[in-house]
Design a protein around this ligand. Structure first.
Ligand SMILES: Nc1ncnc2c1ncn2[C@@H]1O[C@H](COP(=O)(O)OP(=O)(O)OP(=O)(O)O)[C@@H](O)[C@H]1O
Ligand SMILES: [Mg+2]
Length: 600
């Protein structure tokens, strides 16, 4: 498990579950009301034996049919009232608890959106997905059922025993005798069960990850004929989960058998002793009937304790898994808001920037060692470097998808680490290699780049990015894009992502090789349009091909974690062999292999 490995041994289920209180608080009145109703209903069940006692010792002994009918009527009424009250309880809690689940889910989602990119690099999406679905459902069920019934059954058992002792204390003691061994057994069971429950829930997460990856990567899976191996992987995980679930069932069956059998033996013993007492004349028949029917009425509350505890354990595990994610710190907001430095150095400035991925090997050199670079206002700087040299990493630092681990980045003289995030993201627009689109309309996907932008701006952005094809789609810009935009061609997706980056005319533009998937003709069109956009902004554009580099005023060469050369395309061609090699295009065909590939 990422970050906090499952260590359920020293954690208390109660403490985990208590953390749910803030979510339950708003519905506490209804929940407590429902619990009281349930307690009342269960207590009614305990009155039934007393009516029986009255019937046996009174009308039955006196052979009075009228009295028997009256007693029967009472029993019927009590039964109806009990059923009605349980129905009322359900009605009381169903809606508020659905609300609790919804608000927890909303919190989780909001939190996931705010966690740093580094967190998402680390955590498999299936683990997050299963927390947002299965675990939250378990928690809602816990609040609706086991929590209430632990309380209700506890109270019922208590009241029941008071009644039992009041009837005949010696027989009461016989029934009470198994309590201690039962409690020991239950606590042993709980410890074991919590371990298995945690394992099962983590395995559900793993399984979800495989399903998600296979569905999202269905093209690759099919294209490479990986169906079988994916299916095998899935089956292996499913089998592992099944083994765990069977283990859970075995544990549950064991405790269930014990919790049922032991009280049964005690009731048997009480029956024998009671019958002897009745024969001796020291106990009335009615009392024995009442005693035994009370004991029988307590059977369900006692029996159910085993699986109520099991469900509570599962809920505690679910709560742990939920809070494991919620406890990860969100991206901190800067305390001071943008204090411009003494000499407002306009443009984008990288000042001794160092970056190392959080999960990098401790001794390894950082991806970016020391980046010093200044992009003048209005200038377009191309960033060129071998594959794996850190270009994407460098561009991700500007919108603070990752935070620099050394040095600073200034936008118009303002340190981005002291800038409120919303402002930073307003200033900087980005488009990445992988054009990510969402299941929304084309228009919504593009306008994500500038909330509240007008129809006119949308049109303009589409035209700049040569994405006018959007108007020809069945419903124009209102056309729904499939999941991840997979219903569009690669080039179409890239142009939409580009439109999203330029909509609203951002001050700073960061483009990570935005033209890689375009055919030569479209590329030329996008470049022509992009030239217009770039005139108005300060831009950093990762470029792999000479044609993209031509858009830029100057070029920076990234190698070995540093900017090793800056200059115009022509200058660098003359002075830097590495640059000349990168631009020669020969490496695309694999004809010319340099001695130092630059890829580390
Ligand atoms: N999330 C990550 N966690 C750890 N290491 C990473 C992560 N992303 C990238 N790296 C490493 O950082 C280095 C630079 O990667 P980056 O994606 O920045 O290269 P690039 O220059 O954009 O390459 P390309 O031209 O192929 O797009 C690589 O060695 C890569 O393995
Ligand atoms: Mg890259």
């Amino acid at each position: 498990m990422p970050e906090t490995p499952a260590e359920p041994t020293d954690r208390s289920a109660v403490r985990s579950l208590l953390r749910l209180w803030p979510y339950v608080r708003p519905v506490r009145a209804r929940w407590i009301g429902a619990a009281l109703v349930a307690v009342l209903a269960s207590s009614l069940a305990l009155v039934i034996p007393l009516v029986l006692k009255w019937m046996v010792d009174g009308p039955v002994a006196d052979r009075d049919p009228g009295g028997v009918w009256l007693g029967a009527l009472w029993l019927l009424l009590l039964g109806i009232a009990e059923a009605g009250l349980f129905g009322l309880r359900r009605w009381l809690v169903a809606r508020p608890l659905a609300g609790v689940e919804a608000s927890m889910r909303a919190d989780l989602f909001r939190h996931l959106q705010r966690l740093p990119v580094a967190f998402h690099d680390r955590w498999p999406s299936g683990q997050l997905l299963s927390r947002g679905t299965t675990d939250l459902m378990l928690l809602r069920m816990f609040l609706a059922f086991p929590l209430t019934f632990l309380l209700v059954n506890g109270t019922t058992i208590l009241v029941g025993f008071v009644i039992l002792f009041a009837q005949e204390w010696s027989l009461g003691l016989v029934l009470l005798a198994p309590a201690v061994p039962l409690m020991v057994l239950c606590s042993l069971f709980e410890t074991k069960y919590s371990l298995v429950a945690r394992r099962a829930q983590d395995q559900v997460g793993d399984l979800t990850t495989v399903v998600e990856e296979s569905v999202l990567g269905i093209r690759i899976v099919k294209g490479f004929g990986r169906n079988r191996s994916q299916a095998l992987a899935f089956r292996a995980l499913a089998r592992r989960l099944r083994t765990t679930e069977l283990g859970k069932a075995r544990l549950l069956a064991g405790i269930w058998a014990l919790v049922t059998a032991i009280p049964e033996l005690a009731i048997g013993a009480a029956l024998v002793l009671g019958t002897i007492e009745v024969a001796d004349g020291t106990l009335s028949a009615g009392t024995l009937v009442a005693f035994l029917s009370t004991a029988l009425a307590l059977r369900w509350p006692v029996d159910s304790i085993g699986f109520l505890l099991a469900m509570s354990q599962e809920a505690a595990t679910a709560a742990d898994r939920f809070f494991e994610v919620m406890d990860v710190e969100e991206e901190p907001e800067p305390e001071t808001s943008g204090t411009a430095s003494g000499t407002p150095d306009r443009g984008i400035v990288f000042d001794g920037v160092e970056f190392r991925y959080p999960d990098a090997e401790p001794g390894s050199p950082p991806v970016l060692g020391r980046i010093d670079l200044r992009i003048r206002p209005g200038e377009t700087m191309a960033l060129v470097g071998a594959t794996g040299s850190g270009k994407t990493t460098l561009t991700a630092l500007v919108p603070r998808l990752h935070d620099v681990t050394g040095g600073r980045i200034l936008l118009d003289g303002e340190d981005i680490s002291t800038m409120p995030r919303p402002r930073l993201r307003e200033l900087v627009s980005v488009a990445f290699e992988e054009p990510t689109l969402f299941s929304a309309t084309v228009g919504e996907n593009v306008l994500m780049g500038a909330e509240g932008a007008s129809e006119q701006e949308l049109r303009q952005a589409l035209s700049v990015a040569q994405a006018d094809f959007a108007h020809q789609l069945p419903q124009g810009v209102g056309t729904q894009v499939g999941e991840q935009g997979l219903s569009l061609s690669g080039g179409q997706r890239q142009r939409l992502a580009l439109a999203r980056a330029v909509v609203g005319g951002p001050r700073f533009l960061v483009l990570d090789d935005p033209l890689s998937a375009l055919d030569v003709h479209t590329e030329a069109l996008v470049e022509a349009a992009l030239r217009r956009v770039l005139e108005g902004t300060t831009a950093l554009v990762v470029a792999h091909r000479p044609s993209t580099v031509m858009l830029a005023d100057r070029v920076a060469l990234l190698s070995d974690g540093r900017i090793s050369a800056v200059g115009t395309h022509q200058e660098l061609l003359r002075t830097s062999p590495e640059y000349a090699w990168l631009m020669s295009g020969a490496h695309d065909t694999g004809v010319l292999v340099p001695e130092e590939g630059g890829a580390r």
